[in-house]
Ligand binder design. Structure first.
Ligand SMILES: O=P(O)(O)O[C@H]1O[C@H](CO)[C@@H](O)[C@H]1O
Ligand SMILES: [Mn+2]
Ligand SMILES: [Mn+2]
Length: 388
């Protein structure tokens, strides 16, 4: 049996104080510390024991005298505070130029072509919170059959449709057309097109998160995942990892997990399946259900739910396993607006020797360099310094 690495991304669970936070309008954002303050202290004894409180002062999470994990922080190099940029950087691809965003909505010619190719009109077309805009425009969609189109501070083209009115397959088909138009013709106009199905009626709409689908850009060059896969190891994607990498560098995928708790089950199942390689998991509820919804209480409860699962996860590890727990950006539920926040991210590493202080790492690519080194593949010029 070879070596295995497990990366668990707690989506949006930043640790504040990014050196360039002001450039993003995010000075003072700190997902972990501000969530803790808002609820009168976090309850997460297992993360505490690993050393989470040793990297940043967090109410309820005191410093551990003998932390059980190597612990540190990472500063993002990519010019974006987005999921795709964060995960790509972990795997060795740094985005120097920000991807285009649309604070005033998408241009006329894009709308006209989308309407023409899909046979439906468009309403919305501005940055918005997904749950708010469906409440606002759901009735109009009901009446006119038009797509609800919205974006955010991220480079995203999001299409919401009530599946009681527009069949799910038609929504997917429209998103594939948008993907072709915005990404597939040589010019990258967005990072992702996202299908956002929901159902119900005004005042009680429910989003069908399990049927959300992202149509993204493909990594333009090799990542650490490709190197691991090409060396004959398994690379298992749990949750939205497959979409983020457009399936590249992945050998297996555990789909359709309804919540973060089920995703921990999927991680455990993946460990049963593979002999060597990488399990790369994204736990999205921190971000989608609590960060964007600006719900610190929900965020704190989700941290507790993950914390409750940690002992089981640690028990499943063997001496040949390396576990990395981190985040892809911030999403402070106490901050203004509903968008991501530029923050450093926490880094907890179980398995590579005696626990130690990993300091503040420049760039997220140390994650990929470490799993690559752990599994035993050549770096081939990719960035990152291994801490494994
Ligand atoms: O407000 P909702 O629809 O959850 O959308 C959020 O999710 C998007 C992609 O993860 C972000 O760009 C933000 O727009
Ligand atoms: Mn994210
Ligand atoms: Mn998000």
């Amino acid at each position: 049996m070879g070596r295995r690495a497990i990366i668990v991304v707690l989506d949006g669970l930043g640790a504040g104080n990014a050196p360039d936070a002001a450039d993003f309008g995010d000075e003072g954002a700190n997902t972990l510390a501000n969530t803790a303050k808002a609820v009168g202290g976090l309850d997460a004894p297992n993360l505490q024991a690993l050393g989470l409180g040793n990297v940043e002062p967090i109410e309820g999470i005191p410093r551990a005298h003998r932390p059980r994990a190597s612990h540190g922080l990472m500063v993002e190099l990519s010019a974006a505070k987005a999921t795709l940029a964060g995960h790509w950087e972990m795997m060795g691809l740094v985005l120097d130029d920000p991807l285009p965003t649309y604070p005033d909505g998408f241009p006329e010619d894009v709308l006209a072509r989308f309407e023409d190719e899909t046979g439906r009109g468009v309403i919305g077309n501005r940055p918005a919170s997904g749950t708010e805009i469906i409440e606002e425009l759901g009735a109009a969609q009901d009446k006119t059959g038009a797509w609800i189109l919205y974006t955010s501070a991220d480079s995203v083209f999001q299409v919401a449709a009530n599946t009681d009115i527009i069949p799910l397959e038609e929504l997917y088909d429209a998103c594939r057309k948008a993907h072709k138009m915005l990404i597939g013709e040589g010019k990258i106009m967005v990072e992702r097109v996202i299908a956002r199905p929901f159902h119900g009626s005004s005042g009680s709409y429910e989003r069908e998160n399990e049927n959300r689908h992202d149509y993204g850009i493909t990594p333009p060059s090799e990542t650490y995942m490709d190197l691991i896969k090409n060396a004959g190891h398994e690379v298992v994607a749990v949750g939205k990892i497959r979409d983020i990498f457009d399936g590249k560098g992945i050998t297996d995928h555990l789909p359709g997990q309804p919540d973060d708790d089920a995703k921990v089950n999927a991680i455990l199942e993946s460990l049963d399946r593979i002999e060597s390689g990488l399990v790369f998991a994204n736990l999205v509820d921190f971000d989608a259900k609590y960060g964007h919804r600006r719900d610190p209480r929900g965020m704190a409860e989700n941290i507790k739910r993950f914390d409750d699962r940690l002992p089981g996860l640690l028990d499943a590890l063997t001496g040949e396993d390396l576990l990395i727990i981190t985040a892809d950006h911030g999403n402070d539920p106490t901050f203004r607006g509903t968008d991501h926040t530029r923050e450093r991210v926490p880094l907890l590493v179980v398995g590579a020797g005696e626990p130690r202080d990993l300091g503040v790492r420049t760039g997220f690519s140390d994650v990929g360099a470490s799993v690559g080194a752990w599994v035993g593949v050549e770096k081939r010029g990719l960035p990152g310094e291994s801490f494994a």
